[in-house]
Design a protein around this ligand. Structure first.
Ligand code: NAD
Length: 296
């Protein structure tokens, strides 16, 4: 594999493009939004500078990485030569089904089509293509250039050859791939989201406050960040959407999102991206805020 196309140049897409380019692949980074592409390149430049300052990358490697990334808004042109396409567009089922239908029509017949989805069924995505054996999940973690894990998700029809090739490719990016089967939430979110939900329930039931809950998990379980702060980082709307996927997918009420989480998302408090979630991030400080009025 030599040519990679990445669909979507947001938080994840720019990191995925950065990582492939850094390890010598030619990358076409595709987005429908030209401003998103410009922002992605400037983010990649900033992140490469950070690696340069840390001494983990040379000036020549930085230049070569940037030179290996081409940005485009036309998907048909952008994917035509790709050996692997990694889709990292907005998390929306209808959108992803449309993209994969198009990718199946535009990409080379032997190209592998991967999705970075956090929660949508790979089996369902594969079902709209005529190459289910070559559709797979490649779930990178944020920030992509730093985080070691790639959760490799086998859909019902994914072949051994496709899985082996994506596992080997992930290792070439200095990542650690882990193979999992396609069930709601895969492994990462099936385990993480109920933990976050339980932390929110503990707050909702007034068992302890925001800082106390996070401190217990940081100092007691050696987690680098507490579950409520992590939820703010991920986005409370994203956490809610994933819990709904688990609840619907398993039909089990144990995944029902805490009413406090539902309230916060409805109120527009989505975590860091909206300036406030369980903490307030305005004025450059992080301050626990969930008011007592929200808790039971
Ligand atoms: N943010 C995370 O921490 C994280 C972690 C793992 C996986 N994911 C998954 O990665 C994917 C992307 O998430 P994100 O956080 O980078 O989202 P984002 O909103 O930051 O970026 C999405 C990008 O997709 C673009 N886009 C929308 N429709 C498109 C189309 N038809 N063609 C090309 N580009 C299109 C948008 O313009 C936007 O730039 C989602 O499936 C998400 O579930 C996110």
């Amino acid at each position: 594999m030599k040519n990679i196309a990445v669909i979507g140049s947001g938080t994840m897409g720019n990191g995925i493009a950065h990582t492939f380019a850094q390890f010598g692949y030619q990358v076409n980074l595709i987005d429908i939004n030209d401003d998103a592409l410009k922002k992605a390149i400037s983010t990649i430049e900033k992140n490469l500078d950070r690696q340069l300052n840390k001494g983990t990358l040379s000036e020549a490697e930085k230049t070569a990485t940037l030179a290996s990334i081409t940005t485009l808004t036309d998907m048909r042109t952008g994917v035509a030569q790709a050996d692997l396409i990694v889709e990292a567009a907005t998390e929306n089922l209808e959108l992803k089904l449309k993209i994969f239908k198009d990718l199946d029509a535009f990409a080379k017949p032997d190209a592998i089509l991967a999705s970075n989805t956090s929660s949508i069924s790979i089996t369902q995505i594969a079902s709209v293509t005529g190459r289910g054996d070559k559709v797979i999940g490649m779930h990178f973690m944020n920030p992509v250039p730093v985080m070691k894990l790639v959760e490799v998700i086998r859909g019902y029809a994914t072949s051994d050859a496709t899985t082996e090739s994506v596992m080997a490719l992930s290792e070439k990016l200095a990542k650690v791939p882990v193979e999992v089967n396609d069930y709601p939430g895969f492994i990462a979110n099936r385990i993480l989201m109920p933990m976050i939900n339980e932390a929110i329930y503990s707050l909702y039931e007034n068992v302890a406050g925001v800082e106390e809950i996070d401190t217990v998990m940081k100092l007691g379980m050696a987690h680098p960040m507490g579950p409520l702060q992590l939820a703010d980082f991920i986005g409370l709307d994203v956490c809610l959407a994933i819990l709904r996927v688990l609840q619907d997918g398993f039909g089990n009420p144990k995944y029902a999102p805490c009413p406090l989480l539902v309230n916060m998302v409805m109120a527009g408090n989505k975590g860091i991206k909206s300036g406030e979630g369980f903490y307030n991030y305005t004025n450059g400080v992080k301050e626990a805020v969930v008011a007592a009025k929200f808790a039971r």
